[in-house]
Design a protein around this ligand. Structure first.
Ligand SMILES: *Cc1c(COP(=O)(O)O)cnc(C)c1O
Length: 420
Protein backbone atom coordinates (compact mmCIF):
# COMPACT_ATOMS: atom_id res chain seq x y z
CA UNK A 1 0.00 0.00 0.00
CA UNK A 2 1.36 3.38 -1.01
CA UNK A 3 -1.10 5.78 0.55
CA UNK A 4 -1.11 5.45 4.29
CA UNK A 5 -4.61 6.22 5.55
CA UNK A 6 -4.73 9.46 7.55
CA UNK A 7 -7.10 8.12 10.18
CA UNK A 8 -8.44 4.75 11.29
CA UNK A 9 -11.68 5.46 9.44
CA UNK A 10 -12.23 2.78 6.81
CA UNK A 11 -11.44 3.77 3.26
CA UNK A 12 -13.28 1.03 1.50
CA UNK A 13 -17.00 0.60 1.33
CA UNK A 14 -16.82 -3.10 2.32
CA UNK A 15 -14.69 -2.40 5.42
CA UNK A 16 -17.19 0.24 6.48
CA UNK A 17 -19.97 -2.25 6.01
CA UNK A 18 -18.26 -4.95 8.08
CA UNK A 19 -17.20 -2.56 10.86
CA UNK A 20 -20.45 -0.60 10.84
CA UNK A 21 -20.58 1.61 13.94
CA UNK A 22 -24.34 1.46 14.48
CA UNK A 23 -25.47 -0.21 17.70
CA UNK A 24 -29.20 -0.40 18.36
CA UNK A 25 -30.36 1.27 21.57
CA UNK A 26 -30.25 -0.92 24.66
CA UNK A 27 -33.42 -1.75 26.53
CA UNK A 28 -35.32 -3.73 23.93
CA UNK A 29 -37.78 -5.91 25.81
CA UNK A 30 -40.26 -8.37 24.33
CA UNK A 31 -41.69 -11.82 25.07
CA UNK A 32 -38.90 -13.55 23.14
CA UNK A 33 -35.31 -12.56 23.68
CA UNK A 34 -33.15 -12.13 20.61
CA UNK A 35 -31.30 -15.00 18.96
CA UNK A 36 -27.59 -14.61 19.63
CA UNK A 37 -25.40 -16.45 17.16
CA UNK A 38 -21.65 -16.70 17.49
CA UNK A 39 -18.52 -18.68 17.05
CA UNK A 40 -16.25 -15.68 17.78
CA UNK A 41 -16.99 -13.52 20.79
CA UNK A 42 -15.09 -10.19 21.10
CA UNK A 43 -12.96 -9.17 24.06
CA UNK A 44 -12.22 -5.49 24.59
CA UNK A 45 -8.55 -6.15 25.42
CA UNK A 46 -6.05 -9.00 25.47
CA UNK A 47 -5.93 -8.74 29.25
CA UNK A 48 -9.70 -9.17 29.34
CA UNK A 49 -9.44 -12.18 27.02
CA UNK A 50 -6.88 -13.84 29.28
CA UNK A 51 -9.00 -13.33 32.36
CA UNK A 52 -12.31 -14.54 30.94
CA UNK A 53 -13.79 -17.55 32.70
CA UNK A 54 -15.65 -19.93 30.40
CA UNK A 55 -16.74 -22.49 32.99
CA UNK A 56 -19.53 -20.43 34.50
CA UNK A 57 -22.00 -17.89 33.16
CA UNK A 58 -20.08 -14.81 34.34
CA UNK A 59 -19.10 -13.85 30.78
CA UNK A 60 -18.74 -15.01 27.18
CA UNK A 61 -15.64 -16.54 25.61
CA UNK A 62 -16.60 -18.58 22.57
CA UNK A 63 -19.79 -19.71 20.87
CA UNK A 64 -19.34 -23.31 22.03
CA UNK A 65 -19.21 -22.17 25.64
CA UNK A 66 -22.43 -20.23 25.56
CA UNK A 67 -24.33 -17.21 24.30
CA UNK A 68 -27.16 -15.21 25.89
CA UNK A 69 -29.57 -17.54 24.06
CA UNK A 70 -28.10 -20.79 25.39
CA UNK A 71 -27.53 -19.40 28.90
CA UNK A 72 -31.18 -18.38 29.04
CA UNK A 73 -32.37 -21.79 27.87
CA UNK A 74 -30.10 -23.53 30.40
CA UNK A 75 -31.45 -21.47 33.27
CA UNK A 76 -35.07 -22.08 32.27
CA UNK A 77 -34.47 -25.83 31.99
CA UNK A 78 -32.98 -25.80 35.51
CA UNK A 79 -36.23 -24.22 36.66
CA UNK A 80 -38.29 -26.83 34.80
CA UNK A 81 -36.47 -29.77 36.36
CA UNK A 82 -35.54 -28.28 39.72
CA UNK A 83 -31.78 -28.49 39.16
CA UNK A 84 -29.00 -25.94 39.53
CA UNK A 85 -26.72 -26.34 36.49
CA UNK A 86 -27.39 -27.33 32.89
CA UNK A 87 -25.33 -28.29 29.86
CA UNK A 88 -26.94 -28.32 26.40
CA UNK A 89 -25.99 -30.93 23.79
CA UNK A 90 -27.11 -31.55 20.20
CA UNK A 91 -29.50 -34.45 20.95
CA UNK A 92 -30.98 -36.51 23.74
CA UNK A 93 -28.64 -39.35 22.86
CA UNK A 94 -25.68 -36.95 23.05
CA UNK A 95 -26.81 -36.16 26.62
CA UNK A 96 -26.69 -39.85 27.54
CA UNK A 97 -23.31 -40.29 25.81
CA UNK A 98 -21.78 -37.18 27.40
CA UNK A 99 -22.78 -38.36 30.88
CA UNK A 100 -21.14 -41.74 30.20
CA UNK A 101 -17.95 -40.24 28.76
CA UNK A 102 -17.67 -37.69 31.57
CA UNK A 103 -18.12 -40.24 34.36
CA UNK A 104 -16.54 -43.49 33.18
CA UNK A 105 -12.99 -44.70 32.71
CA UNK A 106 -11.42 -47.96 31.57
CA UNK A 107 -12.15 -50.64 34.14
CA UNK A 108 -15.39 -49.03 35.34
CA UNK A 109 -18.78 -50.65 35.01
CA UNK A 110 -22.17 -49.09 34.34
CA UNK A 111 -25.61 -50.56 34.95
CA UNK A 112 -28.52 -49.95 32.59
CA UNK A 113 -32.14 -51.06 32.96
CA UNK A 114 -33.03 -53.74 30.44
CA UNK A 115 -35.97 -51.63 29.19
CA UNK A 116 -33.82 -48.52 28.60
CA UNK A 117 -33.87 -46.36 25.49
CA UNK A 118 -32.25 -48.70 22.93
CA UNK A 119 -29.38 -46.48 21.73
CA UNK A 120 -28.19 -46.06 25.34
CA UNK A 121 -27.73 -49.84 25.49
CA UNK A 122 -26.05 -49.77 22.06
CA UNK A 123 -23.57 -47.13 23.29
CA UNK A 124 -22.58 -49.45 26.16
CA UNK A 125 -22.22 -52.40 23.79
CA UNK A 126 -20.24 -50.33 21.27
CA UNK A 127 -17.96 -47.43 22.15
CA UNK A 128 -17.94 -47.93 25.92
CA UNK A 129 -17.03 -51.60 25.63
CA UNK A 130 -14.26 -50.67 23.18
CA UNK A 131 -12.88 -48.27 25.80
CA UNK A 132 -12.72 -51.11 28.35
CA UNK A 133 -15.85 -49.96 30.21
CA UNK A 134 -18.12 -52.89 31.01
CA UNK A 135 -21.88 -52.91 31.55
CA UNK A 136 -24.67 -55.08 32.85
CA UNK A 137 -28.37 -54.78 32.20
CA UNK A 138 -30.56 -55.05 35.29
CA UNK A 139 -34.22 -55.95 35.70
CA UNK A 140 -35.98 -52.56 35.91
CA UNK A 141 -38.70 -54.04 38.12
CA UNK A 142 -36.30 -55.52 40.68
CA UNK A 143 -34.37 -53.22 43.03
CA UNK A 144 -32.83 -56.42 44.44
CA UNK A 145 -31.42 -57.24 41.01
CA UNK A 146 -29.94 -53.74 40.76
CA UNK A 147 -28.45 -54.03 44.27
CA UNK A 148 -26.95 -57.43 43.50
CA UNK A 149 -25.24 -56.11 40.37
CA UNK A 150 -23.51 -53.18 42.05
CA UNK A 151 -19.82 -53.98 42.58
CA UNK A 152 -16.77 -51.93 43.57
CA UNK A 153 -16.31 -51.27 39.83
CA UNK A 154 -19.80 -49.79 39.38
CA UNK A 155 -19.48 -46.05 38.70
CA UNK A 156 -22.80 -45.16 37.10
CA UNK A 157 -26.37 -46.45 37.24
CA UNK A 158 -28.88 -45.34 34.64
CA UNK A 159 -32.52 -45.06 35.63
CA UNK A 160 -35.44 -44.59 33.28
CA UNK A 161 -39.03 -44.19 34.37
CA UNK A 162 -40.98 -45.56 32.72
CA UNK A 163 -38.83 -47.64 30.36
CA UNK A 164 -38.89 -46.85 26.68
CA UNK A 165 -41.40 -48.85 24.66
CA UNK A 166 -42.58 -51.34 27.32
CA UNK A 167 -43.47 -48.56 29.79
CA UNK A 168 -42.78 -50.35 33.09
CA UNK A 169 -42.52 -47.80 35.90
CA UNK A 170 -39.70 -48.80 38.30
CA UNK A 171 -39.47 -48.24 42.05
CA UNK A 172 -37.46 -45.08 41.46
CA UNK A 173 -37.09 -43.98 45.12
CA UNK A 174 -35.86 -47.42 46.19
CA UNK A 175 -33.37 -47.56 43.33
CA UNK A 176 -32.03 -44.11 44.18
CA UNK A 177 -31.69 -45.19 47.84
CA UNK A 178 -29.71 -48.27 46.76
CA UNK A 179 -27.35 -46.12 44.67
CA UNK A 180 -26.91 -43.63 47.51
CA UNK A 181 -26.23 -46.39 50.05
CA UNK A 182 -23.48 -47.74 47.77
CA UNK A 183 -22.22 -44.22 46.85
CA UNK A 184 -22.77 -44.92 43.17
CA UNK A 185 -23.75 -42.07 40.89
CA UNK A 186 -27.27 -42.37 39.51
CA UNK A 187 -28.38 -40.68 36.32
CA UNK A 188 -31.98 -40.55 35.20
CA UNK A 189 -33.18 -40.37 31.62
CA UNK A 190 -35.95 -37.89 32.42
CA UNK A 191 -37.38 -37.50 28.91
CA UNK A 192 -40.77 -39.01 29.79
CA UNK A 193 -41.29 -37.04 33.01
CA UNK A 194 -39.92 -33.86 31.39
CA UNK A 195 -39.75 -32.11 34.78
CA UNK A 196 -43.56 -32.18 34.95
CA UNK A 197 -44.72 -35.65 36.04
CA UNK A 198 -42.30 -35.74 38.98
CA UNK A 199 -39.32 -33.85 40.35
CA UNK A 200 -36.07 -35.70 39.62
CA UNK A 201 -34.18 -33.78 42.31
CA UNK A 202 -36.92 -34.18 44.90
CA UNK A 203 -38.64 -37.46 44.10
CA UNK A 204 -40.86 -37.60 47.15
CA UNK A 205 -41.53 -33.85 47.18
CA UNK A 206 -39.91 -33.49 50.54
CA UNK A 207 -41.28 -30.61 52.58
CA UNK A 208 -37.81 -29.07 52.67
CA UNK A 209 -37.92 -28.72 48.90
CA UNK A 210 -35.57 -29.64 46.09
CA UNK A 211 -32.06 -30.27 47.30
CA UNK A 212 -33.02 -29.82 50.92
CA UNK A 213 -31.75 -32.17 53.60
CA UNK A 214 -33.69 -35.36 53.39
CA UNK A 215 -34.89 -34.92 49.84
CA UNK A 216 -34.42 -37.94 47.62
CA UNK A 217 -32.67 -36.91 44.45
CA UNK A 218 -30.98 -38.37 41.41
CA UNK A 219 -27.47 -37.03 40.74
CA UNK A 220 -27.97 -36.28 37.06
CA UNK A 221 -31.06 -35.73 34.92
CA UNK A 222 -30.61 -36.19 31.18
CA UNK A 223 -33.47 -35.01 28.97
CA UNK A 224 -34.18 -35.34 25.25
CA UNK A 225 -35.43 -31.80 24.62
CA UNK A 226 -36.29 -33.17 21.20
CA UNK A 227 -39.54 -34.41 22.77
CA UNK A 228 -41.77 -32.19 24.95
CA UNK A 229 -39.56 -29.10 25.39
CA UNK A 230 -39.37 -28.75 21.60
CA UNK A 231 -42.92 -29.91 21.06
CA UNK A 232 -42.67 -29.42 17.32
CA UNK A 233 -41.00 -32.55 15.99
CA UNK A 234 -38.47 -30.22 14.39
CA UNK A 235 -35.57 -29.81 16.84
CA UNK A 236 -32.95 -32.23 18.14
CA UNK A 237 -31.41 -31.24 21.48
CA UNK A 238 -30.58 -32.62 24.89
CA UNK A 239 -29.76 -31.32 28.35
CA UNK A 240 -27.80 -32.59 31.34
CA UNK A 241 -28.94 -31.11 34.64
CA UNK A 242 -27.23 -31.45 38.01
CA UNK A 243 -27.31 -29.94 41.48
CA UNK A 244 -23.70 -30.49 42.51
CA UNK A 245 -21.24 -27.91 41.13
CA UNK A 246 -18.34 -30.41 41.09
CA UNK A 247 -20.39 -32.91 39.09
CA UNK A 248 -21.50 -30.19 36.71
CA UNK A 249 -17.91 -29.09 36.17
CA UNK A 250 -16.88 -32.63 35.24
CA UNK A 251 -19.67 -32.75 32.64
CA UNK A 252 -18.93 -29.22 31.42
CA UNK A 253 -15.22 -30.06 30.92
CA UNK A 254 -16.05 -33.24 28.99
CA UNK A 255 -18.61 -31.31 26.93
CA UNK A 256 -15.99 -28.69 26.10
CA UNK A 257 -13.36 -31.25 25.13
CA UNK A 258 -15.82 -33.10 22.89
CA UNK A 259 -16.77 -29.83 21.18
CA UNK A 260 -20.51 -30.24 21.53
CA UNK A 261 -22.67 -27.21 20.86
CA UNK A 262 -26.23 -26.38 19.91
CA UNK A 263 -27.43 -24.04 17.20
CA UNK A 264 -28.84 -20.70 18.32
CA UNK A 265 -31.97 -21.03 16.21
CA UNK A 266 -32.67 -24.43 17.70
CA UNK A 267 -32.20 -23.05 21.21
CA UNK A 268 -34.61 -20.25 20.32
CA UNK A 269 -37.17 -22.76 19.03
CA UNK A 270 -37.08 -24.56 22.39
CA UNK A 271 -37.29 -21.26 24.29
CA UNK A 272 -40.38 -20.40 22.27
CA UNK A 273 -42.04 -23.73 23.07
CA UNK A 274 -41.19 -23.91 26.77
CA UNK A 275 -43.97 -21.60 28.04
CA UNK A 276 -46.61 -23.99 26.68
CA UNK A 277 -44.97 -27.24 27.84
CA UNK A 278 -47.26 -27.69 30.83
CA UNK A 279 -50.42 -27.21 28.75
CA UNK A 280 -49.15 -29.45 25.98
CA UNK A 281 -47.99 -32.19 28.33
CA UNK A 282 -51.40 -32.31 29.99
CA UNK A 283 -53.17 -32.37 26.62
CA UNK A 284 -50.96 -35.22 25.34
CA UNK A 285 -51.60 -37.06 28.62
CA UNK A 286 -55.40 -36.68 28.46
CA UNK A 287 -55.53 -37.88 24.88
CA UNK A 288 -53.23 -40.83 25.60
CA UNK A 289 -55.46 -41.91 28.49
CA UNK A 290 -58.59 -41.68 26.33
CA UNK A 291 -56.97 -43.86 23.68
CA UNK A 292 -55.53 -46.28 26.25
CA UNK A 293 -58.99 -46.67 27.81
CA UNK A 294 -60.42 -47.43 24.37
CA UNK A 295 -57.75 -50.09 23.78
CA UNK A 296 -58.38 -51.66 27.16
CA UNK A 297 -61.93 -52.43 26.05
CA UNK A 298 -60.84 -54.10 22.79
CA UNK A 299 -60.35 -57.86 22.69
CA UNK A 300 -57.34 -57.45 20.36
CA UNK A 301 -55.47 -55.88 23.27
CA UNK A 302 -53.76 -58.58 25.37
CA UNK A 303 -52.14 -56.02 27.68
CA UNK A 304 -52.19 -52.26 28.02
CA UNK A 305 -48.85 -50.70 28.98
CA UNK A 306 -49.55 -47.26 30.42
CA UNK A 307 -48.22 -46.49 33.90
CA UNK A 308 -51.33 -44.57 35.00
CA UNK A 309 -53.55 -47.63 34.40
CA UNK A 310 -54.25 -50.22 37.05
CA UNK A 311 -52.60 -53.48 36.08
CA UNK A 312 -49.85 -51.91 34.01
CA UNK A 313 -46.39 -52.97 35.28
CA UNK A 314 -45.22 -50.56 37.97
CA UNK A 315 -48.57 -48.71 38.27
CA UNK A 316 -48.14 -48.52 42.08
CA UNK A 317 -44.68 -46.98 41.61
CA UNK A 318 -46.14 -44.40 39.24
CA UNK A 319 -48.73 -43.60 41.92
CA UNK A 320 -46.04 -43.24 44.59
CA UNK A 321 -43.93 -40.81 42.57
CA UNK A 322 -46.31 -39.05 40.15
CA UNK A 323 -49.73 -39.26 41.79
CA UNK A 324 -48.85 -38.14 45.30
CA UNK A 325 -52.18 -36.32 45.55
CA UNK A 326 -54.34 -39.13 44.14
CA UNK A 327 -56.12 -38.21 40.94
CA UNK A 328 -53.75 -35.39 39.99
CA UNK A 329 -50.81 -37.41 38.58
CA UNK A 330 -49.46 -36.77 35.11
CA UNK A 331 -48.29 -39.43 32.66
CA UNK A 332 -47.19 -37.97 29.28
CA UNK A 333 -48.66 -38.96 25.92
CA UNK A 334 -47.03 -42.33 25.44
CA UNK A 335 -48.36 -45.85 25.82
CA UNK A 336 -48.04 -49.29 24.28
CA UNK A 337 -50.48 -52.06 23.48
CA UNK A 338 -49.59 -55.73 23.35
CA UNK A 339 -51.66 -57.04 20.47
CA UNK A 340 -52.87 -60.58 21.09
CA UNK A 341 -50.82 -63.48 19.67
CA UNK A 342 -53.70 -64.54 17.42
CA UNK A 343 -52.75 -61.68 15.10
CA UNK A 344 -49.69 -62.01 12.88
CA UNK A 345 -46.94 -59.42 12.57
CA UNK A 346 -48.22 -58.77 9.03
CA UNK A 347 -51.70 -57.99 10.36
CA UNK A 348 -50.31 -55.63 12.98
CA UNK A 349 -48.12 -53.95 10.34
CA UNK A 350 -51.18 -53.53 8.09
CA UNK A 351 -53.09 -52.02 11.01
CA UNK A 352 -50.30 -49.44 11.47
CA UNK A 353 -49.95 -48.78 7.73
CA UNK A 354 -53.65 -48.05 7.39
CA UNK A 355 -54.00 -45.55 10.18
CA UNK A 356 -54.78 -42.19 8.61
CA UNK A 357 -53.99 -39.70 11.35
CA UNK A 358 -51.20 -41.60 13.12
CA UNK A 359 -47.94 -41.33 11.21
CA UNK A 360 -45.30 -44.06 11.34
CA UNK A 361 -42.18 -42.55 12.87
CA UNK A 362 -39.77 -42.42 15.79
CA UNK A 363 -39.60 -39.81 18.52
CA UNK A 364 -42.56 -38.13 20.19
CA UNK A 365 -43.75 -34.94 21.81
CA UNK A 366 -44.86 -33.16 18.65
CA UNK A 367 -48.33 -32.18 17.41
CA UNK A 368 -48.83 -35.28 15.24
CA UNK A 369 -49.71 -38.68 16.69
CA UNK A 370 -47.22 -41.44 15.92
CA UNK A 371 -47.25 -45.23 15.88
CA UNK A 372 -44.40 -47.78 15.82
CA UNK A 373 -44.62 -51.58 16.09
CA UNK A 374 -41.64 -53.01 18.02
CA UNK A 375 -40.09 -56.46 18.10
CA UNK A 376 -39.79 -56.62 21.87
CA UNK A 377 -38.18 -60.07 21.85
CA UNK A 378 -35.10 -58.67 20.11
CA UNK A 379 -34.85 -55.74 22.56
CA UNK A 380 -34.66 -57.63 25.85
CA UNK A 381 -32.34 -60.20 27.43
CA UNK A 382 -35.36 -62.49 27.75
CA UNK A 383 -39.13 -61.99 27.56
CA UNK A 384 -40.08 -60.33 30.89
CA UNK A 385 -42.48 -62.33 33.07
CA UNK A 386 -44.69 -59.25 33.60
CA UNK A 387 -45.36 -58.82 29.88
CA UNK A 388 -47.91 -60.87 27.97
CA UNK A 389 -46.77 -62.39 24.70
CA UNK A 390 -47.83 -60.58 21.56
CA UNK A 391 -46.83 -57.84 19.16
CA UNK A 392 -46.10 -54.54 20.84
CA UNK A 393 -47.33 -51.34 19.26
CA UNK A 394 -46.34 -48.01 20.77
CA UNK A 395 -48.50 -44.92 20.38
CA UNK A 396 -47.46 -41.35 20.96
CA UNK A 397 -50.38 -38.98 21.04
CA UNK A 398 -50.15 -35.62 19.34
CA UNK A 399 -52.51 -32.72 19.82
CA UNK A 400 -55.33 -33.91 17.56
CA UNK A 401 -58.83 -34.50 18.94
CA UNK A 402 -58.96 -37.75 20.93
CA UNK A 403 -62.32 -38.53 19.31
CA UNK A 404 -60.83 -38.38 15.80
CA UNK A 405 -57.87 -40.50 16.86
CA UNK A 406 -60.14 -43.18 18.32
CA UNK A 407 -62.21 -43.26 15.12
CA UNK A 408 -58.94 -43.77 13.24
CA UNK A 409 -57.87 -46.66 15.51
CA UNK A 410 -61.33 -48.16 15.15
CA UNK A 411 -61.39 -48.07 11.35
CA UNK A 412 -57.97 -49.67 10.94
CA UNK A 413 -58.54 -52.28 13.68
CA UNK A 414 -61.84 -53.27 12.07
CA UNK A 415 -60.14 -53.74 8.72
CA UNK A 416 -56.89 -55.41 9.81
CA UNK A 417 -57.33 -56.91 13.27
CA UNK A 418 -60.60 -58.82 12.75
CA UNK A 419 -62.40 -60.18 15.81
CA UNK A 420 -62.29 -63.97 16.07
C1 LIG B 1 -35.83 -39.76 22.23
C2 LIG B 1 -35.18 -40.22 23.45
C3 LIG B 1 -33.81 -40.07 23.64
C4 LIG B 1 -32.89 -39.50 22.58
O1 LIG B 1 -33.25 -38.26 22.11
P1 LIG B 1 -32.74 -37.76 20.66
O2 LIG B 1 -32.80 -36.30 20.76
O3 LIG B 1 -33.67 -38.36 19.67
O4 LIG B 1 -31.32 -38.26 20.51
C5 LIG B 1 -33.28 -40.50 24.84
N1 LIG B 1 -34.04 -41.06 25.78
C6 LIG B 1 -35.35 -41.24 25.62
C7 LIG B 1 -36.15 -41.87 26.72
C8 LIG B 1 -35.97 -40.83 24.45
O5 LIG B 1 -37.27 -41.01 24.30
Amino acid sequence: MQDEPQSAAPVHHITGLIHHPYTPPAGFNAPQQGVFKASTVYFPTVADMRQREWKDKSAYTYGLHGTPTTYTLEERLCTLEGGRQCVLVPSGLAALATVALAMLQTGDELLIPDNAYGPNKALAEGELRHFGITHQFYDPMSPQDLASKISPRTRLVWLESPGSVSMEFPDLPEMVRICQAQSVLCALDNTWGAGLAFKPFDLLEDALGAGGQGSLSVDISAHALTKYPSGGGDVLMGSIITQDPALHLKIKLCHMRLGLGVAANDAEAVLRSLPSIDLRYKAHDQTARALAAWWQAQSQCAQLLHPAFEGSPGHAHWQAVCDRTPGTGLAAGLFSVMIDTRYSQAQVDAFCDNLRLFKIGYSWGGPVSLVVPYDLGSMRQSWPAHLKRGTLVRFSTGLESAHDLILDLHQSAQAHLPLA
